[in-house]
Design a protein around this ligand. Structure first.
Ligand code: PLP
Length: 286
């Protein structure tokens, strides 16, 4: 039996097909809102605590009031998972500043608007995990608060499209100093020739990925060398290994940057080990 999808919209569970928000929602007009994407494994939310901490921070940086408590949000997310029959997939949660007559300044009385959806997701393409994927590099044209998980994603959309058109999986964005900030929907990592894992520190130039945090925990627990610092495109192209992380793709080896092979052009051994560890971590939620 095909289960029809259900979306939570401001207090109601509605048929996904007919769920709508108002045309004067500030998310629609100004991208004035934030979001989270949380993995579901075995029907359970993965690292939901960390996602809720990041959500609270994004809301507070934009001075949007949380529409409900974390405990209530968890109930809604679990209910969305349950009603959509999701065992392996994702939850998408979005909060905007609400519906108000269009005016750039904050409305006096708008209520924040909450949408939660959940859908099944096939596991990452085993070929991408086994053979690795390609990235291109593009200028980072985003704003200076990429630490906020805002729904304003136009540069990310344009960047991902450039990657797709170039036959690559992802575009790594480069700042004014030639350093890689992150992908359009993923964090960027390299492994140096002496075996140290490097990823940019979580400053305002990147989103502090929840997968990034989990992988850093694994690296610490396993005692691998690592550094949180920026790295240049030149350093990345000369790296022994490279990979990227996100909730949606977990951890994928990067084997080409702008057409140049990374290392021997095959997924590196440390990358493969970290991926196994991360998959075990995500499965432990189930
Ligand atoms: N960086 C950007 C710009 C993103 O949009 C995302 C996820 O959507 C990430 C990094 C990875 O974050 P997470 O691991 O929390 O999915």
């Amino acid at each position: 039996m095909v289960m029809s999808r259900v979306a939570y919209v401001d207090g109601q569970y509605l048929s996904h097909r007919s769920a709508v928000v108002h045309i004067e929602d500030r998310g629609y007009q100004f991208a004035d809102g934030v979001y989270e994407v949380i993995a579901v494994a075995g029907g359970r939310l993965v690292d939901d605590e960390l996602h809720l901490v990041r959500l609270a921070r994004s809301l507070s940086e934009l001075r949007i009031t949380a529409p409900m408590s974390d405990a209530a949000l968890r109930i809604v997310m679990r209910e969305a998972v349950r009603r959509n029959g999701v065992r392996a997939g994702i939850v998408y949660l979005q909060i905007t500043r609400g519906v108000a007559r269009r005016d750039h300044a904050f409305p006096k009385s708008a209520q924040p608007a909450l949408v939660v959806t959940s859908r099944r997701k096939a596991p990452v393409d085993p070929r991408a995990a086994a053979d690795g994927i390609s990235v291109i590099t593009i200028p980072d044209i985003r704003w200076q608060r990429c630490d906020i998980k805002s729904i304003s994603l136009l540069p990310n959309v344009l960047g991902k499209q450039r990657a797709r058109e170039a036959g690559a999986y992802e575009a790594w964005q480069i700042d004014h100093q030639g350093r890689i900030s992150e992908g359009t929907s993923t964090n960027a990592w390299i492994v140096t020739s002496d075996g140290a894992v490097v990823t940019r520190q979580a400053d305002s130039a990147i989103l502090n990925g929840i997968t990034r945090l989990a992988v850093l925990d694994i690296i610490r627990a396993e005692g691998y060398g690592f550094a949180e610092r920026p790295f240049t495109v030149t350093e990345a192209k000369a790296a022994a290994e490279a990979f990227l992380t996100s909730t949606v793709v977990d951890l994928l080896p990067v084997v080409r940057i702008d057409g140049n092979p990374v290392g021997d052009g095959r997924p590196g051994p440390l990358t493969r080990r970290l991926r196994e560890h991360y998959l075990a971590h995500a499965a432990a939620a189930a």
